[in-house]
Design a protein around this ligand. Structure first.
Ligand code: 13P
Ligand code: SF4
Length: 330
């Protein structure tokens, strides 16, 4: 195989001058029986070249179905890990392994395991935005697309630990009437949206509907017209007769929203002034680029590797999620 430098977490090779990235990526996908799975938070060019674009649940479901030999996960690391755990015999690649997740990082596996140990008799429900090691301490994994239904599949008096996103956990508690014990984690992108600026936008555009991801803070969710996963927000915007939306989630979703609804206007919700970039982009998601995707396909690196013992445990709650979702038609 090639001797290439991946010490930076991606293939650090120049792309030859004049290369048509789109044509080359398409050619390599065909020749290598590879598929590109992209999350809605990827840049538009990556979404356009992907074989599948979806939310976290759809990415896991597609990984479970594909007969490709190579999966390139254009998303963040936990998504690559989940795909690898579902498909241990396939090569799972990610353009940049530095694509982490502040929410997953807010829940170190050793501290989570200790928390679980301190609460015997509790069922453990973990958001997919966790490391494989956290999933290994979990009874069932959920995504924002199926969290409510999966929580409701447990008896009403079941004692439940939910981690790591306290905003999603609070939201699920509020819509199900449950009292799940929550881990104190959050996403740095979704928790930064400014209520004040959103209210000002609503005044400026009184006809606009507010779409919010459940990782947003409670104060945003309370005034939202629709709360849902990226896929649910996209579906809502497409089916709605409204022509203008304020979107409180990572702004990559605007690409597909605009593509599917060229006659509608989508305004990214503004973050508060204290946020570092002043935009609603996830810096981790945006580490993946077309050049890195090209090199990943060319050199088949970097590869996602999951410790076998951890994977043996982590597959159980992931399978449970996929099975429950299939039985509920999600
Ligand atoms: P969904 O893909 O489930 O909407 O979640 C978004 C997310 O935060 C992924 O990082
Ligand atoms: Fe993680 Fe937040 Fe980025 Fe999603 S948007 S990958 S939850 S840091």
């Amino acid at each position: 195989m090639f001797d290439v430098d991946i010490s930076k977490g991606y293939v650090d090779m120049p792309v030859p001058e004049g290369v048509d990235l789109v044509a080359e990526i398409e050619r390599m996908k065909r020749e290598k029986n590879a598929v590109v799975l992209a999350h809605y938070y990827q840049s538009g060019d990556i979404q356009d070249i992907a074989d599948y674009v979806g939310d976290s649940l759809a990415l896991a479901q597609w990984a479970a179905k594909t007969d490709a030999s190579i999966l390139v996960l254009c998303g963040v690391h936990f998504m690559g890990e989940t795909a690898k755990i579902i498909c241990p015999d396939k090569k799972v690649l990610i353009p940049d392994v530095n694509a982490g997740c502040s929410l997953a990082d807010s829940c170190p596996a050793d501290r989570f395991a200790e928390f679980v140990k301190q609460h015997p008799g509790y069922k453990v429900i973990s958001y997919v935005n966790t490391s494989a090691a956290v999933k290994a301490h979990t009874d069932v994994v959920v995504t924002s697309s199926n969290a409510k239904q999966i929580v409701e599949s447990f008896p009403a008096d079941e004692k439940i630990i939910f981690g790591p996103d306290k905003n999603l956990g609070n939201y699920i508690n509020s819509v199900t009437g449950r009292h799940m014990l929550l881990w104190d984690g959050a996403c740095h992108v979704h928790s930064q949206f400014s209520l004040e600026k959103i209210v000002a936008l609503k005044k400026q555009y009184p006809d606009a509907l507010l779409l919010a991801h459940p990782e947003c803070k409670r104060e945003i969710l309370i005034i939202a017209d629709k709360v849902g996963s990226t896929a649910a927000l996209l579906r809502f915007a497409t089916q709605s007769s409204c022509k203008r939306f304020i979107v409180a989630t990572e702004s990559g979703i605007l690409h597909e929203m605009k593509k599917s609804n060229p006659d509608k206007e989508f305004i990214p919700a503004p973050p508060d002034d204290a946020s570092s970039c002043g935009c609603s982009e996830c810096n981790f998601m945006r580490l993946n680029t077309m050049k890195k995707l090209y090199n990943t396909l060319k050199y088949e690196l970097p590869e996602i590797v999951v410790d076998e013992a951890i994977a043996r445990e982590a597959i159980k709650p992931i399978r449970r999620m996929l099975d429950i979702s299939a039985s509920l038609g999600i």
